[in-house]
Design a protein around this ligand. Structure first.
Ligand code: ZN
Ligand code: ZN
Length: 211
């Protein structure tokens, strides 16, 4: 089994685009979650990584690391953002259960003292920060034990599922573009896509099963 604090594969950095401490945090979160559920990296569908990040805070790089280690990619609809503004994730593998991995507050405090964040708070993008400064912050993550980084809790009776997939699609009566069936809206007897209908996007409450 891969040691969680071994260096990350180089492709993960290329995929993410820059070096930073939060992508490797997510990568290691995913590995800790998979180890707890005794599963490997997902190949197809049916496994879900639900990341608790929101928007408007700069630690969301975490989700790219989670995708890289778990194989739960956004495009395969295996990842969702729960929008809680927290550094945590839930990995749900039907038949194997669910686990929540959260970054310890103590570690966030400790990491926050890295010079890397002095640059970030001045608005310097990670790729513009001196390499030795970034490497020190990344090493802080890679050198920490799983216990120092994360709290890991199994979630009993956790359920998350997608609606059954359908290839059915309809041409919007106004713009002529195809829209998949569940997104068709009807107004004055016309079948319309959401932008043409003027209706708001349907309410989404992922954990209550509304998608
Ligand atoms: Zn990043
Ligand atoms: Zn349309």
């Amino acid at each position: 089994m891969e040691r969680s604090n071994s260096p990350l594969p180089e492709w993960t950095w290329e995929f993410h685009g820059h070096r930073c401490p939060f992508m490797p945090i997510g990568y290691r979160m995913g590995i800790a979650a998979m180890r707890t559920l005794e599963v490997g990296r997902a190949k197809d569908h049916g496994t879900y990584a639900l990341v608790e990040i929101g928007i408007g805070h700069p630690q969301t790089c975490m989700a790219d690391g989670v995708m890289a280690s778990t194989g739960c990619t956004y495009g395969k609809l295996m990842m969702e953002r729960l929008g809680f503004g927290k550094m945590a994730m839930i990995l749900h593998v039907p038949g194997r259960g669910a686990v929540r991995v959260s970054l310890r507050a103590e570690f966030q405090d400790d990491l926050g003292r890295q010079e890397f964040f002095a640059y970030r708070k001045r608005g310097v993008e990670p790729s513009e920060i001196p390499a030795e400064v970034t490497n020190a912050a990344v090493a802080k993550v890679l050198d920490a034990s799983d216990d120092a980084l994360f709290r890991v809790e199994r979630l009993a009776n956790f359920e998350f599922a997608r609606p059954k997939g359908s290839f059915a699609k309809v041409k919007c009566d106004q713009c002529g573009e195809y829209v998949f069936e569940r997104y068709v809206r009807t107004r004055d007897g016309r079948a319309l896509c959401i932008p043409c209908s003027g209706f708001a996007e349907s309410h989404v409450n992922l954990l209550d099963g509304v998608q």
